[in-house]
Write a protein that binds this ligand. Structure first.
Ligand SMILES: C[S@@+](CC[C@H](N)C(=O)[O-])C[C@H]1O[C@@H](n2cnc3c(N)ncnc32)[C@H](O)[C@@H]1O
Length: 237
C-alpha cells in the first residue's frame, strides 16, 4: 500500500515537473493531464525501467515521453524523432539544456532511420503512414531493437468498434485545430503490426492502453529474444 502510494506520488510529481517546462498556460494544462491520465507513459516507465539500453522515441511530438522518463529518474540516452519542426523546436526549448543525452531530431521516419540499437517507442504515430510505409518503418525498427530490448508500440487498431470511431473522430479534431499533422489516416490492422515481428525473434503481446478514456488505444509489446546477426553467423558455421 505504502509502495503503491509512493509510486502514484512519484508519477504525479513527474507529471507536474514536465508540465512546468512549457511556458504556455494551455500547453502546461494539456501536458499535465495527458501525462497523468494517459497510461502509456507510466507503462513505458514500468517496462523499460530495468533496461540500461538507450531509447529511440519515434514520432516523439514535443518530447513528453523523454521528459517523463527523465523526471522518473531514467539516465539512458533518449533520442526523439519527429517530422513536425514546430514540435521538435518546442521540445528543444522546453528541455533548454536541462537534461543530458536527451535529443530531438527533425526527421521523417518514413525515410532511412539513423543507426541505433536499444529500446524503441512508437506512440500514436504509425497511423500517419500509408500501409507500405508502416511495414517499412516497422521492419527498420525491429532491426534496431537490442537483444533483450523492447519495442513498445501504441496505436488504434482498425477494428470497426465504437472505440475505433471515437479515436478516428478525435484524430480528425486534432488535425482540424492543427495540433496533429494533416495527412491521410491509415489506422493499422492488428495483423499488419504483428507481421513485422517474427515469432522466432520476438515475444509479443498486446493489451488495452486507453486508461479511463473512450479511445481504442492498445499497447503492443515486442521483446527481442534472439539476435539475427548472431543467428545468421551460427547457421553459416
Ligand atoms: C499524436 S502525436 C504523438 C506524439 C508522441 N508520440 C506522444 O505520444 O506524445 C503523433 C506524432 O507523430 C508525428 N509524425 C507523423 N508522421 C510522421 C513521420 N512521417 N515522421 C516523423 N514523425 C511523424 C507527428 O508530427 C506527431 O508529432
Amino acid at each position: 500500500m505504502e509502495n503503491s502510494r509512493a509510486a502514484v506520488s512519484a508519477h504525479e510529481q513527474a507529471c507536474l515537473r514536465v508540465a512546468s517546462l512549457f511556458p504556455e498556460r494551455w500547453l502546461r494544462h494539456y501536458v499535465r493531464n495527458k501525462l497523468r491520465f494517459d497510461p502509456v507513459f507510466a507503462a513505458a516507465y514500468d517496462l523499460l525501467g530495468n533496461s540500461s539500453e538507450p531509447i529511440l522515441d519515434v514520432g516523439c511530438g514535443v518530447g513528453l515521453l523523454g521528459f517523463y522518463l527523465r523526471e522518473r529518474g531514467f539516465r539512458q540516452p533518449i533520442t526523439g524523432l519527429d517530422l513536425d519542426g514546430r514540435k521538435v523546436r518546442r521540445g528543444r526549448e522546453a528541455a533548454n539544456g536541462r537534461y543530458d543525452h536527451l535529443h530531438f531530431v527533425e526527421q521523417d521516419v518514413s525515410t532511412e532511420l539513423p543507426s541505433f540499437r536499444g529500446n524503441v517507442a512508437l506512440f500514436d504515430a504509425l497511423h500517419y503512414l500509408d500501409p507500405a510505409k508502416q511495414a517499412a518503418l516497422l521492419s527498420q525498427l525491429a532491426a534496431r531493437v537490442a537483444l533483450g530490448g523492447m519495442l513498445l508500440l501504441r496505436d488504434c487498431p482498425r477494428d470497426g468498434s465504437a472505440r475505433f470511431w471515437v479515436t478516428y473522430l478525435g484524430e480528425i479534431f486534432a488535425q482540424t485545430i492543427s495540433w496533429n499533422v494533416g495527412v491521410p489516416l491509415h489506422f493499422p490492422q492488428r495483423d499488419s503490426i504483428f507481421d513485422a515481428f517474427s515469432p522466432s525473434e520476438f515475444t509479443s503481446e498486446d493489451k488495452p492502453a486507453w486508461g479511463g478514456g473512450p479511445f481504442n488505444n492498445r499497447l503492443y509489446i515486442f521483446c527481442r529474444t534472439t539476435d539475427p546477426c548472431l543467428e545468421g553467423r551460427s547457421r553459416k558455421a
